[in-house]
Design a protein. Structure first.
Ligand code: SF4
Length: 331
């Protein structure tokens, strides 16, 4: 018998968590003790099911209405054509083949990776042509050259896909390349710390804490049940290395479209050292119509939150409108 006590405990790596994520709808149902017909037939589409096992472990068993399950299950009605729901709802595809989107004054958004640790069914980039974007394929030279000629760009937003899909070594290379630009702040939009908290490893914390940039991380959480103890610990480690740690959520029917869920989300984020930043109205991407919540309902929910929470825990309700230079505040 090997001496188990003498063997060092090896923390599973984040790469392993992504590699072993659940991709088969039948397996997900089995893990949750749900009958085959519980959610109807799964839509088979190029944007397949992808959900890490630790995220599955946060779902309630035998509950087809679980708010985490509803974010990842490929409902058959994804395949219905719904007027106004399109492949490119904010009209950003084709803006720049080198992967740099300059929609906002003083800021530029770099599509740093096409990979994600989870497939969120309502994602507005679910049909984004990452393969056509040089930066998403790891070639940043043209994007950096464009940024070097843009001294007004003070903040570079790393987006994707999920930029924390890059290894620490690749991320370190990217930050070093960005040092040749006038940017003073690097903002990272990521769902990794929430769905795969192992991603917040020592190397990443050292990297973000040691750069000359002010670093802001905007995580993406839609429901308080996503924030278990492992996530809380990871966020505490991450926050120590940053200038700011914020959250953005999407208002989703059947997931968080009631005041109690949104209050719990804000309070739980605060426990974890994260401030609620944006609550997005759904971008009308093809396949996501069943998640849409009416704007008037959104405004009423924000009024309810204002009555129940301190102002710093009330997110801004916003809508992204194609062709506009910034998000439009709704409430
Ligand atoms: S992690 Fe972000 S980019 Fe990836 S599918 Fe989810 S919302 Fe979209």
């Amino acid at each position: 018998m090997p001496d188990v006590a003498a063997e060092p405990f090896v923390r599973p790596s984040w790469q392993e968590a992504v590699r072993t994520a659940v991709r088969d709808p039948a397996e997900l149902l089995q893990l949750l003790d749900l009958p085959t017909a519980a959610l109807g037939a799964a839509a088979s589409a190029p944007f397949g099911l992808l959900v890490p096992r630790s995220f599955v472990a946060r779902m309630r068993k035998r509950d087809p209405n679980d708010p985490l399950l509803k974010q990842v299950w490929p409902f058959a009605n994804e395949l219905d054509a719904v007027p106004e729901f399109t492949a490119d709802p904010v009209r950003e595809q084709g803006l720049a083949a080198h992967g740099l989107l300059q929609k906002y004054a003083g800021r530029a958004l770099l599509i740093a990776s096409g990979a994600c640790p989870v497939h969120c069914r309502y994602c507005f980039r679910r049909e984004f042509p990452y393969r056509e974007q040089l930066a998403a394929r790891g070639d940043w030279s043209e994007a950096i050259a464009a940024l070097a000629k843009a001294p007004d760009v003070r903040e570079v937003i790393l987006s994707g896909g999920d930029p924390l899909s890059l290894s620490n070594r690749r991320l370190s290379e990217l930050l070093a390349r960005l040092a040749d630009t006038a940017a003073t702040t690097v903002r990272i939009h990521t769902r990794f710390p929430i769905v795969v908290p192992e991603r917040i490893d020592d190397g990443l914390v050292r990297l973000l804490g040691g750069t000359r940039f002010r670093t802001v991380v905007v995580v993406h959480t839609n429901h308080a049940n996503e924030l278990d103890l492992a996530v809380e610990r990871a966020l505490a480690e991450l926050r120590a290395a940053l200038s700011a740690l914020l959250n953005q959520a999407v208002l989703l029917k059947g997931v968080n479209d009631d005041a109690d869920s949104l209050v719990s989300l804000s309070e739980r984020l605060f426990d974890c050292g994260v401030l609620p930043y944006y609550l997005h109205l759904l971008d009308r991407v093809a396949g996501a119509a069943h998640y849409e919540v009416d704007e008037t309902v959104g405004k009423k929910l924000i009024a309810d939150l204002r009555a129940r929470l301190p102002g710093y825990l009330v997110p801004r309700l916003v809508r992204e409108t194609a062709g506009e230079l910034s998000k439009s505040p709704v409430a």
